[in-house]
Design a binder for this molecule. Sequence first.
Ligand SMILES: [Zn+2]
Length: 433
Amino acid sequence: MAKKIIKRALLLIFGIFLLLLLILFAPGIWHHWITYPRYDREVEELQELRKEVVPITNLKTYRGVLHVHSYLSHDSRGTLDDIIPAAKKDGIDFIFLTDHPHGDIDTLPKGYRGIHEGVLIEPGSEKQGFDCWPLQPAIIDWKINKDTIAKNIVSKGGIIFYAHTEEPHNWANPDYQGMEIYNFHTDTKDQSPVPILFNILVNGHKYRHWALREFFNEQTTILSRWDSLNKIRKIVGFSAVDSHENQNLRARYLDDGRILWVGNNNHVLDTMEVKFWNNWLFDKPDKSGWVFKYLVDTYETGFNYITNYVLADSLTTKSLAENIKKGHLFTSFKTLGDAKGFQYYGLNRNDSVCAIMGDSAKLDQIKTLQAASPLPGQFRLIHNGQTVHISPEGKYKFIWSDPLERGAYRIEIHLKMQGKLIPWLYSNPIYIY
Ligand SMILES: [Zn+2]
């Protein structure tokens, strides 16, 4: 009798365990066979509708990422062998690194800089809530007052942007020039990661781009803060993938022949003797020495997830930095479609261009606002945080000829995908005074 009860209890536990596994993995399996192939098809179909936009200025458009970590940060192991191939695959022209300094004194330039296989790299730091690029040799003492640090960097021609804008900042500080309007790391904080992690176990390889998109939520609080700040003065908006390539499991051989296992955030998990099964588990060492890699947040997926597009004269730090500070920048979720070619500008009464995104124009001199997109979408015009116009879906061009008022006018484009309208592109505003 007792044996029977134990048998039944074990069967019940086993049944519950199987049911639990099914509940946890079923959404991922559904996505793998149904949802994500459909999403890929939608992206391909949208690409077929691509129309090149005739440029309205001599500026070229460069794709870049502005918040990236390398091995110089305590929580990343990324080297150029990881970063550059990812950038080239994604069509990224420039990377402004933001490595966490070790200790309170930070010396720049540090680590990587210059052109590497056609990709421009500029070193910078992330500390005290800043994305900071001095753009010239500098020693930063991170112990001193934050506002003083910002003043010192900006007064010498550098860039101070606010990182992680979900956290408190001195918004009234007069020196910082811009803020993150989207940060992938920020976006991962606002929901339980557990269902997404089970989905990643199923889809983290073939459909990593969609599995990570499951974290996406429109950052409405951050966007409305950006709008309210722009009523007072120009604050450049940009996106950050905050790429570390550090959510993973990796192994490499140590000099003494043992194996080092590294887990999330570059934490060393263990060192161990080589076991018989290593022969089939491990590959030949890659360029960085890894013999085993299970990667989740790769640079390649991150750089494509959301991308900054800067309108500049040339692929040089000087030209890019000048134009980034001017707000000649828009940002877009490149996984959904490449936004290169997008234009947003104001015309005067002679139909000449008198402002592009980031610029200011006098109320009595600007007549219309216009925008053009390489992919068809729904244009939204936002004035001082209020949506003043929503265009029909599937449009390539937007013209606003109603009377203009003072304030900041920015454009969003939303795409009809996945059965709904989803934000795809954010421009910097044109400021009318
Ligand atoms: Zn970061």
